[in-house]
Design a protein around this ligand. Structure first.
Ligand code: HEM
Length: 125
């Protein structure tokens, strides 16, 4: 590896074990949010946490490759609006702050997640 290159965000957050703990803590928050929990009423959370973890690892530059269906397809017809997406991202931000990430790293994570906004809210396919 080029020594001037920064480790991936995934590694800086602490690798697989920490990403797993973060994902679980994050979903605990989402499922307690009165504006979000209804979206997950029919969802098998074990499956969801697993896929989400894999996806986030990939999104943060970790070793796992997300191979599920497209995010636009997975969220189509659910009625997810921009405000739901914003709340969801805010919960992730609050969670990673609890795990001691710096503001710079938090900004980087949020920047990456925000690139999925149109796909998740159905503004582009
Ligand atoms: C960056 C933001 C998001 C990412 C990366 C993401 C990622 C994913 C992934 C990977 C899946 C599994 C797809 C599959 O079945 O193959 C999924 C499913 C799902 N997501 Fe998201 N999601 C995001 C935002 C949201 C938001 C904002 C909501 C609702 C407020 C939401 C609700 C759901 C629900 C209800 C499912 C369906 C699970 C099922 O099969 O029952 N997601 N998401």
């Amino acid at each position: 590896m080029n020594t001037t290159q920064k480790p991936s965000l995934y590694d800086r957050l602490g690798g697989e074990m920490v990403i797993e703990a973060i994902t679980k803590a994050f979903y605990d928050r989402v499922l307690k949010d009165p504006e979000l929990k209804a979206f997950f009423a029919q969802t098998d959370m074990a499956r969801q946490v697993n896929m989400q973890r894999g996806f986030l690892s990939a999104a943060l530059g970790g070793p796992m490759v997300y191979s599920g269906k497209s995010l636009a397809h997975a969220h189509q017809g659910m009625g997810i609006k921009t405000q739901h997406f914003a709340l969801f991202v805010q919960h992730f931000l609050d969670t990673i702050r609890e795990y001691g990430v710096s503001e710079e790293e938090a900004d980087e994570v949020i920047g990456r997640l925000n690139t999925y906004s149109n796909e998740i809210t159905g503004k582009s396919y």
